[in-house]
Design a protein. Sequence first.
Length: 132
Amino acid sequence: MRNPFCRACILLALVLSLGLHWTVLQSAAWVGMVVSYSQDGTVLDAFQKTFDGEHPCPLCKLVERGTAESDEGSDPSSSVPAKKEMKKIDLLAEVPLCFHFFSTGMTVDYSTSSDLAEIRSVEPAVPPPQQA
């Protein structure tokens, strides 16, 4: 796992499996739109046009189409069948977490002295017992 090429391949597989490539493309589209729109007007107007949803660029349309296809399965016009809906398996039991604190009316007296402590406070016998 020390090979940088292996790490790059694993990172790329992770990015693609999570769908982060669409996020990167959408971010690139937004940056390009802000730059393009700011040449014709103010930067504030460029941001408003970019994020209002009424002025999508071709890359934004591509990202929207791609994310819709990856969410729905495959394109109905293609020969590849759509993905079957997978059911989520919940491995944890659904146990309601509720705690009830009731007062029984009993009081517990925690005294500072005990009979056992008094017994242990007696000095050992002198001379110590001999081993048998």
